[in-house]
Design a protein around this ligand. Structure first.
Ligand SMILES: [Cu+2]
Length: 112
């Protein structure tokens, strides 16, 4: 039953992928704390704007208790996406939703 084994192997590969269809951080597998309801303050730089994913690639600073500094995809709403520009330093609220990590209240940060 070589064929059956191949199908099983394929499922093993596909299932974890569909389980995180949204681009959550690999290091952020920890269950969200109650604090994620209101989100965590985030500061970072927009590395890329990805309209096809409704997301921004953001290089963010450490968020204590949530995740280390990293570059990751963060979903945003359409107006935020339209206004976003590469290389902009932003502050925002980071929220864990069922479909992944979102940024809300995105604002251009004052750069020193
Ligand atoms: Cu992250």
């Amino acid at each position: 039953m070589k064929n059956r084994r191949a199908v099983f192997a394929a499922l093993l590969i596909i299932l974890p992928l569909t389980g995180q269809a949204s681009p959550a951080c690999s290091c952020c597998g920890a269950p969200p704390s109650a604090a994620t309801e209101t989100g965590h303050p985030l500061r970072g730089v927009i590395v890329a704007v990805l309209p096809e994913k409704s997301a921004l690639l953001v290089k963010h600073e450490e968020i204590p208790g949530v995740m280390a500094a990293m570059t990751m995809l963060l979903k945003v709403d359409a107006p935020t996406l339209a206004a976003a520009k590469k290389d902009t330093v932003i502050t925002a609220r980071l929220l864990k939703k069922t479909d992944g990590w979102w940024l809300e209240s995105v604002q251009v940060a004052a750069t020193p």
